[in-house]
Design a protein around this ligand. Sequence first.
Ligand SMILES: Cc1ncc(COP(=O)(O)O)c(C=O)c1O
Length: 400
Amino acid sequence: MPFLSTTLSRVKPSPTIAMTAKAAELKAAGRDVIGLSAGEPDFDTPQNIKDAAVAAIAAGKTKYTAPDGIPELKKAICAKMSRDNGLDYTPAQISVGTGGKQTLYNALMATLNDGDEVIIPAPYWVSYPDMVLLAGGTPVAVEATLENNFKLTADQLEAAITPNTKWFIFNSPSNPTGAGYSRAELKALTDVLLRHPHVWVMSDDMYEHLAYDGFEFCTPAQIEPALYERTLTCNGVSKAYAMTGWRIGYAAGPVELIAAMRKIQSQSTSNPCTISQWAAVEALNGTQEFLTPNNEMFVRRRDLVIKMLSEIDGMTVPTPEGAFYVYPSIAGLIGKTTPKGTVIDTDEAFATALLDEADVAVVFGAAFGLSPNFRVSYATSDEALTEACTRIQRFCAELA
Ligand SMILES: Cc1ncc(COP(=O)(O)O)c(C=O)c1O
């Protein structure tokens, strides 16, 4: 009998966290590595949010709370859903967890049985397939193409649905591509889902507020109200409010599902950090003014990266609608060799050689289920981005 569970052998550690850790290790050893692999904004949590946390501590709000969140935060989430998404929820339909990650995980744990399939458009956020595997389900990745700007088509979704499909995971704007679905593109998908009443929708709206060039964010339950009863709308404060370390995410959906998620949380982690919950109340209820200048900064950085990487022969760089990632294709570089003799036969080889030979950390496309690509996170300073892209240009120019 092995000591470790057999379920564990089915999953791999997060490759994005591994890449970021490797870059940090090299930096600590004195190498001048530029990290473009982290999935978090580089700016600080806004002061009003920090102040709310300090005030919560001062007021003694430091004890256990209800396992899935304080009423004040659930109320703030309901107000946010109504304000931003035109969706009406009651506090009993809200679950607050330790980051968006936990709420997604709880929902899968609460619903998946052996043989249940979960459709995941690729490229996907690295954790979806492994979470599905941990919960005992079967991930079904469906590859979106670069030609369609990494968005799944209605025909692809239709073809992937089987009698065993339990969930369709939808993520827009997306990690790792930044691709955002327009209303018409999303409507085409929700029309398919209407024909398959056994399929539930898990919408991961984590990058909702990071949308550019006038892109209008939309979410499935809003686009197709008939799906409201089988949609879990997931979101969190991590990205828009630069609160990745505070660990607050949330989900809104049918009461029965929310109650099942609460049961899991009550027997695992209990409530998310009480102080962070009070900070999240301020994030959602307080000023949203900083979102606009932050987005202007992100657009500038996105355009800088796209311009510099587009100059590279053999690289194709689509322009994404949101998030803080670009996902260039390196199809034109596959088969080439670095001056040190490394053959770039995969995107993993590309990312490894880029780190070893040019001191730039990115994440290879295979980790996200679509190759040959790599993900650049542009949530870092203009100076660092310019230097990193210059290094990538030089590295690619030297390939033969
Ligand atoms: C698409 C997506 N969903 C969810 C999460 C999880 O966010 P959190 O840090 O709140 O757990 C991330 C974080 O990288 C993400 O990119």
